[in-house]
Design a protein around this ligand. Structure first.
Ligand SMILES: [Zn+2]
Length: 345
């Protein structure tokens, strides 16, 4: 095992605060570097307490109204969603219990599918139980295999989840986006490159080193069998959790029944621990190419982050710093988050 270096800087800023009768106040911001990607983030603890105008509760009206014409609800899913051509998927759509996978009507890669997770229009994210995730993973694997067999150059898979409109979902009905592409996404490509450079330098797998190092550290949350869950040292969003599969599994196709069960259970447990009423979430499963085994330097991993709550007038968490400076401002301390989650996990 190689020791992973964790770099942080402390920045003090001084002013006379009107909240303290114009007495001197010193606020501390931490700047932290992601040990793999070298990307920086800022953690501003005080910012979490700043007044946000118009913070509200989950907007029940939006949920009710959106169900009226939802394409994924009831019989409409059969009538209103696209089908694959029979030579690719003979039944048109892939079904595993409640899970239904079909082509995205507006794709942004060669094979871009949508998978509806549940027959219910709205489910709090912590009520999407491990069985639903298990069916989802099984359906996605079937899809990846079929596509890759017929198109060997389509080999970069990812499973992605936008939960609620504040996290980018255009429909409230819980669904995943399944991409199988001829090239990796920018972040997937960066992970391959940086993981390879780490291996080249240290002769060890960064992700397995991360497990070894973090399991005894304050960011460790818990494990579901072979999958280890911890908070990111340098998050890109608030409440950022990473899950890494211990061992030699680098791609989604290398998952056996055990990994599918462990990952599904872990996703459910994480959402049970972090869910706050009405919050949005993003999740991505990062995989090696379908036809390659990269287990010596890359491991299958999952990232989960929280987004603002779905209230009538919400404040986005993506501002100039995140979008244009590529330097996220985080208001949750990863070590505090892990301590909190560990109790409930
Ligand atoms: Zn619906």
């Amino acid at each position: 095992m190689t020791k992973i270096e964790l770099t942080k800087q402390m920045i003090e800023s001084e002013f006379l605060s009107p909240l303290k009768g114009f007495k001197k106040e010193i606020q501390v911001t931490e700047r932290r570097k992601d040990p793999l990607t070298d990307e920086w983030c800022r953690i501003s603890i005080e910012r979490a307490t700043r007044p946000v105008q118009l913070r509200g509760k989950l907007d029940e009206k939006i949920i009710k109204k959106s169900s009226e014409k939802c394409f994924f609800c009831n019989k409409r899913v059969e009538k209103s969603t696209p089908k694959y051509i029979p030579s690719l998927v003979p039944e048109g759509r892939i079904k595993v219990n409640e899970f239904i996978l079909f082509p995205n009507l507006y794709p942004f890669c060669k094979y871009h599918a949508v998978g509806v997770l549940t027959s219910k229009h709205f489910l709090p994210v912590d009520e999407i139980k491990s069985e639903r995730w298990k069916d989802c993973l099984e359906g996605c694997l079937r899809f990846f295999k079929i596509v890759n067999e017929k198109n060997p150059n389509v080999r970069f898979p990812s499973i992605n989840f936008n939960y609620l409109p504040t996290a980018g979902a255009s429909l409230i009905h819980p669904h995943v986006q399944i991409l199988n592409s001829t090239s990796p996404s920018v972040m997937t490509g960066l992970y391959y490159k940086k993981s390879w450079e780490y291996f080249d330098k240290n002769k060890t797998n960064y992700w397995q080193d991360l497990i070894e190092q973090e399991v005894d550290d304050e960011r460790f949350v818990g494990r579901t069998g072979s999958v280890f869950w911890f908070t990111s040292f340098a998050p890109t969003c608030n409440n950022e959790i990473i899950g890494v599969v211990k061992g030699n599994v680098s791609s989604l196709l290398e998952m056996g029944e055990e990994e599918i069960n462990n990952i599904s259970e872990g996703i459910w447990r994480i959402f049970r621990c972090i869910n706050r009423h009405g919050f949005g979430y993003n999740m991505v499963m990062f995989s090696a190419p379908l036809d390659e085994h990269l287990g010596h330097f890359f491991s299958l991993n999952i990232k989960i982050v929280s987004r603002p709550s779905l209230s009538e007038y919400y404040t986005t968490d993506r501002g100039y710093s995140e979008i244009l400076h590529k330097e996220p401002v985080i208001t949750v301390i990863p070590e505090d988050l892990a301590r909190d989650l560990k109790k409930k996990f």
